[in-house]
Design a protein around this ligand. Structure first.
Ligand SMILES: [Zn+2]
Length: 319
């Protein structure tokens, strides 16, 4: 294995204080109350949540980086409040391993609930760390567990084909994973999103519900409605700037330089288009959204592809 010389690595803008979550304990996690008997647990990069009820604990996602710290957090909260620490239900937000890859840590008899496509994808992936959910739904499902209401809803593909909204109306909370990272820019390619039109629409679907606390699945803190609005503005700015760049960047010099290599010409032109589109957005959001300087180009690349390929913008038919 070769070690990277850290002196050659780029420097990035400082992280705004408002983006940071609470300090972690010695085990590397923080557990905090969302509202009443709903709690969240974070390792600073991933977040999951759990609900303590008279019918046992309901766990919402099990990221492997948190792993057994989810159990420690549950034990800690249950002991403090004199309630059961027995996990009876596990709800999957979507099938991705980085959010549910610790699902097998829980008892075989736990009731696993998720979208029907989550089950299909988990059967396909056949990963022993992620037992497929036996309980499924298509568009909506309301759960009542130990007197607590949990509403599940699927609004179409976005980050993944099976990503759902988990609304806890009696806790003023909504969980939607891998769409908005409160305080932070999305990681690579709009949080590694498969369906950009669905991704762009998802925050509005979440904002249509009544809630105060947002659980986004990443980084160290919970979100607010303002975090979703800021994210929407950031993505809208990327889309608008992408259209402008598609309209203005000239590919001619690249085709002149590489007359027999259209892929080389396309790469040069596209990279200039992406850099042109991303530059004003990076400038606007540096100091506002953490890591805007790290990932805006990557997200712009993918949004720009969606504008070209899904929306047909800038498409030109040979006369
Ligand atoms: Zn994911």
């Amino acid at each position: 294995m070769s070690a990277t010389d850290t002196t050659t690595l780029p420097d990035y803008a400082p992280i705004p204080r408002a983006a940071l979550g609470p300090a972690l304990n010695e085990q590397g996690y923080y557990v905090g109350r969302v509202e009443r008997n709903l709690y969240y647990v974070t390792d600073g990069t991933y977040i999951s949540a759990f609900l303590t009820t008279s019918d046992g604990v309901v766990v919402l996602d099990a990221p492997p980086t948190l792993g057994n710290n989810i159990k420690r957090a549950i034990d800690e909260v249950a002991a403090e409040n004199g309630v059961s620490n027995k996990v009876e239900y596990l709800i999957y937000s979507h099938h991705h391993s980085d959010h549910v890859g610790a699902a097998s840590l829980f008892d075989k008899n736990v009731t696993r609930i998720g979208h029907e496509e989550t089950r299909n994808l988990l059967l396909r992936d056949d990963d022993p760390a992620r037992p497929p959910n036996e309980e499924t739904f298509q568009d909506n499902r309301s759960l009542e567990i130990g007197g607590e209401r949990i509403d599940l809803a699927w609004h179409g593909a976005n980050h993944s084909p099976d990503n759902i909204i988990i609304h806890l109306p009696d806790h003023d909370a909504l969980m939607l994973i891998d769409i908005v990272n409160p305080g932070w820019a999305p990681v690579f390619q709009s949080n590694l999103t498969e369906d950009i039109p669905g991704y762009l629409e998802a925050p509005a679907n979440a904002l249509a519900y009544s809630w105060k606390h947002f659980i986004g699945g990443h980084l160290g803190r919970l979100g607010t409605r303002d975090d979703l609005t800021l994210h929407q503005q950031y993505m809208a700015d990327i889309a608008e700037s992408s259209r402008r760049a598609i309209d203005t960047v000239d590919y001619t010099p690249y085709f002149a330089k590489y007359p027999d290599n259209p892929w080389a010409a396309f790469r040069g032109g596209l990279e200039e288009t992406v850099a042109t589109a991303a530059a004003p957005v990076i400038e606007k959001y540096t100091g506002v959204l953490a890591a805007a300087d790290v990932f805006t180009e990557s997200t712009t690349f993918q949004v720009l592809q969606s504008i070209r390929l899904d929306l047909g913008y800038g498409s030109w038919v040979h006369p």
